[in-house]
Write a protein that binds this ligand. Structure first.
Ligand SMILES: [Zn+2]
Length: 138
């Protein structure tokens, strides 16, 4: 003999209405994940830009925050601009002006290089954890 309590527990698994709700929730979650996955895959856009100076990491900057970064070394200066999720070399006093003419980039596959100043701006891919970001922002 089943007790009343056990009967009620069994009933919980029976109604079709709750099954449908569960299926609907799972379907919605799966659809959301699919959308997020497709969006993340379609956009090779990074969230952070890393400035590498003379082979060493100078700083990591959030592309969501519009800002300008001025870097001065013995070799000259570079004015980096972050705007609308992309980064560009706004000004530099390097002889070739190659970095300035490159324009805005937002892809990790397309770094800005200022060879005369030994400066590289690279977009970090989404999956990359900006290891030194916390230390820089402290
Ligand atoms: Zn340059």
């Amino acid at each position: 003999m089943l007790s009343d309590d056990q009967m009620k527990k069994n009933d919980l698994f029976k109604p079709r209405r709750s099954d449908l709700i569960l299926i609907a929730i799972l379907a919605a979650a799966a659809a959301l994940l699919a959308v997020l996955f497709a969006f993340g895959k379609g956009h090779e856009q990074g969230t952070y830009a890393e400035v590498v100076l003379n082979g060493q990491s100078y700083g990591i900057y959030d592309l969501k925050e519009d800002q300008t970064i001025r870097i001065e070394t013995d070799l000259g200066y570079n004015l980096i601009e972050i705007q609308n999720g992309s980064v560009s070399m706004k000004e530099a006093d390097c002889p070739d002006q190659y970095c300035v003419s490159k324009g805005a980039v937002s892809s990790s596959a397309d770094p800005i290089v200022c060879l005369p100043h030994r400066l590289v701006i690279q977009i970090l891919p989404d999956k990359t954890e900006p290891v030194s970001f916390d230390a820089v922002s402290e």
